[in-house]
Ligand binder design. Sequence first.
Ligand code: SF4
Length: 470
Amino acid sequence: MLAEIKGLNEECGVFGVWGHEKAAELTYYGLHSLQHRGQEGAGIAVSDQETVNIHKDTGLVAEVFQNDQLKDLKGTAAIGHVRYATAGGGGYENVQPLHFRSQTGSMALAHNGNLVNATALKHQLENQGSIFQTTSDTEVLAHLIKRSGFSTLKDQLKNALSMVKGAYAFLLLTEDSLMVALDPHGLRPLSIGLLGDAYVIASETCALDIVGAKHERDVQPGELLVINNDGITSERFAYNANRAMCSMEYIYFSRPDSNIDGINVHSARKSMGKQLASEAPIEADVVTGVPDSSISAAIGYAEQSQIPYELGLIKNRYVGRTFIQPSQELREQGVKMKLSAVRKIVEGKRVVMVDDSIVRGTTSRRIVNMLREAGATEVHVRISAPPIKNPCFYGIDTSTTEELMASKHSIEEMREIIGADSLYFISEEGLVNAIGRPFENGGQCMACFTGKYPTEIYPDTAHPHEKVTC
Ligand code: SF4
């Protein structure tokens, strides 16, 4: 779906390279392919073994690096970051990688996820004299590292990681090493690949593909990788049997050409569509998907139901970010600017419209209306996620509970509000089976549907709308 107008946004992607002469260029291309994970800021930090240099700014990757800045980023190791800014969290200082200098050297830090105990840790650190430069929760890790008292950076990092809770895929670059850590539940995807002798790390495998790196494996929950001129070492800083990969990565956020834990995202979405068709069949003439992320599920629904798949909705790809506006009125206008119904396809037809989620309901209502205005005689809405009733504390900017339509309305009420002839959400069990992760109970986070969070939620856990995450 159209993240910007829907109120459901990923918050960041990370990319790293060790041991390649064109580290900055590779990172630039990698970040390009992760642009869907965040459009508000981008940055690259590079190490030439003596210093760490950085360029970052607000804007898209192509905007931030449009004036030859890459030429100044010389070195064989790099980390990069794209970010989505939550309300109040924009601004240059929060764009990553964050860069810290001290007497012992430099350190750049890039983070995808959200630390649920960041506020409490920040208060503690401030009481001990730390001064924060940003409002980002990521900076907490840097202060914990510097205050740990251990002699090696690896031990300092391990100690800091033992104190932070929540979702994180961290990349840390110094003059002489690249460190990679994934949270003990594995809430965010992170993969490692090889490009010749160079190591490449990326939030999604599509970014490995774009630079020609061969996927080696996914980083494991609680794993710490240290890459330097001696090679790569791996160790576990935490063990946790409770794997909890974010379900929404499969449903909505990740690119369809990415694989997470060996499962292709397009194939998982297609299975969700098939599952939906089995759970909620309906007599209809055409199946259509809301572009882009719902098309795979719509194809699956069509295949299973034997109803033809058609392009009943098309996306206007050339609408600039100026149309991404936070007010309700402008969001509604945004739907019109970004989507059109294809009259010739839907006129006089009973349409199954497959979408990946309903957040506030406004967008669904607009699309159903758009299909009716184009002549659809019936519109049956099928959603490839269960109802989203709870906020996410792990780096996805959903909405506050009050804004989530499913938190305060029954499915029948939702159907009526969006104006559909029928409405059905995939079952929780059906979703787990459709994704087919090879772990007990799927090993996936379902908290925004079930309210069962895989980590403790701390009393001070501010809603992502109220704090800066990444
Ligand atoms: S709460 Fe929902 S969006 Fe957040 S990590 Fe869990 S599944 Fe993903």
